[in-house]
Unconditional design. Structure first.
Length: 234
């Protein structure tokens, strides 16, 4: 048996479905807004904390992301990688990444020493002797537009820690990167870590709620009875 719906019922069912979808999208964006706001607040709080010693082992890397840390050890000059392309003040270059052997842990950690222009890459070298390093913990990940690394050719576009460890010959490494902040003392120049996370969910929520309101207004206006034509009543 085929059930046929009246035309007005079909329109109202369609309206209800569209309104429910638009409102659901708005509510979802509000939930994302609350989550993103809490995330940014947590990141800001972590970046404001005083430096702590980087633990010998890190079980949950996310607990240390964006935190200021101190560590002692020496750089491994044989494990220098260039993450490129990077730009700074109109110059094209790369970020200098090097293995760092800590005095308090058997696990080395990769340190991002920051920007070096292309024309100075051949002259750049890691510091010698024992070092006290202070930096910000990062968990690297590629964007949707980041090319794939090519370890065989030595082309690195993002700091894939397991791949870097394999290329460096390390059996295991600390699962984070420590980035040295800008210091104004030549190259490598360090790098200012920021939480580059967009939080446009309020605008998105307002858009979907506005679309729902407009749809309801248009439907309401379309259902108003048209005034009778006097010419037809005479």
């Amino acid at each position: 048996m085929v059930i046929k719906f009246h035309k007005k019922i079909k329109i109202r069912l369609m309206l209800t479905l569209m309104l429910a979808t638009l409102i659901a999208l708005g509510v979802w964006q509000m939930q994302r807004l609350a989550w993103k706001t809490e995330l940014l607040s947590r990141i800001d709080a972590q970046m404001q904390q005083p430096p702590e010693a980087l633990p010998a082992e890190i079980a949950v890397p996310a607990d240390w992301e964006y935190r200021n840390v101190d560590m002692a050890g020496d750089f491994d000059p044989k494990t220098v990688f260039w993450i490129k392309p990077r730009t700074e003040n109109g110059k094209v270059g790369a970020h200098m990444l090097a293995g760092f052997r800590r005095t308090d842990s058997d696990l080395p950690v990769f340190v991002n020493l920051g920007f070096v222009p292309d024309h100075l890459m051949d002259k750049a070298a890691v510091p010698e002797a024992m070092q006290e390093v202070r930096g910000v913990v990062q968990i690297p990940y590629p964007s949707a537009f980041t090319p794939d690394n090519d370890p065989v050719r030595g082309d690195w576009y993002w700091a894939d820690i397991p791949a870097l460890a394999k290329a460096a010959g390390y059996a295991a490494v600390t699962p984070v990167i420590v980035t040295v902040p800008p210091h104004g003392q030549g190259y490598p120049a360090g790098f200012a870590v920021t939480a580059n996370i967009r939080n446009n969910h309020l605008q998105y929520a307002l858009f979907w709620f506005s679309m729902a309101a407009i749809l309801l207004i248009v439907f309401t206006l379309s259902q108003r009875e048209k005034p009778a034509n006097p010419a037809k009543t005479e």
